[in-house]
Design a protein around this ligand. Sequence first.
Ligand SMILES: [Zn+2]
Length: 256
Amino acid sequence: MKTPNRNRLPNEEIKAILRAADVIIARGGRTLLAKILKGSREKKVLELGLDTCPVYGYYKSEKLDIITEKIDWMIDFDFLDIEYSGKLPMIVFTERGWQIESDQLTDELLSEWQEWVNQGKLDQDMSYLKDRNRQMILLLLEKVKESGNPAFIPYLMLWEKIEYKKVKEAIRTTIKALENREPVDEQLIQVRAESINEALNGLAPSDFPLKCWVCGKRFTFTVGEQKFFKQKGFQLPKTCKKCREKEAEGRFSRFL
Ligand SMILES: [Zn+2]
């Protein structure tokens, strides 16, 4: 088995990998993710429009297996995870990974609005925000409010028209806050920034104990075993090694 690269990835790279993962989440695996970051011209990548991702080609001078190693580090350190869709292993966000990604994605969306303001574009189609992750949308509105920028009100009004009740209400609250120039909660911004920094530390993989369902003893589920089980899409083991071996022996002796 290859020894994984234990060097911590810089925050910028962690964010880039998460940004690329966002465009294939739960519908693509490690290889496809690596290809986006590599900037691959492969048919599948282009057909899915993955070349429009802002971090497409982020690692264009790296080899594909080096990029894959970085992705595996992201999985080991609890930024991304693998979930099986039938037999296909798909990339999904961990809670930590999604926290970081939704923060940078809302920043990206907001800077796009700022770009529209700068260009004097008023009549925008806001339907791209409909049916997005609710938590992310509420965070975006929070940031719009914190911007204190009344130039965003026209976009909010257009967006409100097409939204469902819950989000409609949140948009209205945001419009009011901007109109009334409500003071910004600096402490909330601070807490959020600290929380993101903490999330960026990741979580180093470690051995952990499991209980054997047969003999009742505790046994160690090692990092190496965890990795193997994850790659194979297996559930956590229910029995210790001794009991597993005994069971296998029993099965064998019946044939003697
Ligand atoms: Zn046992």
